[in-house]
Design a protein around this ligand. Sequence first.
Ligand code: 13P
Length: 249
Amino acid sequence: MRKPVIAGNWKLFKTITESVALVNELKPLVAGNQGVEIVVAPVFTALSRVGDAIKGSNISMASQDCYWEEEGAFTGEVAPKLLKDAGCSHVIIGHSERRQYFGETDLTVNKKAKAAIAAGLSAIVCVGESLTERESDQTFNVIETQIKGGLEGLADLAFTHIVIAYEPVWAIGTGKTASDAQAQEVHAFIRQLIARLFGKPVADAVRILYGGSVKPDNVKGLMTQPDIDGALVGGASLKAESFAAIANF
Ligand code: 13P
């Protein structure tokens, strides 16, 4: 049995005070939820304070990115061990917004995933096709390239610390969710690909999250699909009530 993961990606929203307030509001709403791994991903500046606020709760924390070196002359970067120090257990890697606006490639995703796992973090590795790619029937090719490149050279053992997030770019922030069947189709493809690359036990165990306009009213349908093991939530994670409703699906 794969324990579902519901993760909230707060993107570039909320001050430190607002982030702490949000997580404090969320805590009692999900306190009784032991069946789901609940993760929030605030901006870098709020990590340490949110990290303090979630101590002793059933909420864990991710950063939205990391660098792959441990330390050195890398102005502006943050190392995985420093994220751990701030209270993170997870890190989101290769989000489509990073690929689109900040030059993230499968190679940098791969370096970051390896560094994150080496530092003891779980990596939430994001993949997903654009609308043009979907419309030109490139979805499976794109996903295969991203998975092969992003996870290249990872040992089977590393997979206890890997979560995959399928986020079709055309569904992010658009209010246009993939249908349950569209999402399931790609999730099943990813699981088969992982089985091919890393073996069936790894594929059976790895959690594959769906992301893209997940809301309280569509989460259930998605979560009943056999290969959907959770959600990476953007907009609806910015309010405690809607994120709790998703986490408590
Ligand atoms: P929305 O839920 O706002 O579509 O964002 C999805 C996302 O990008 C999560 O990482």
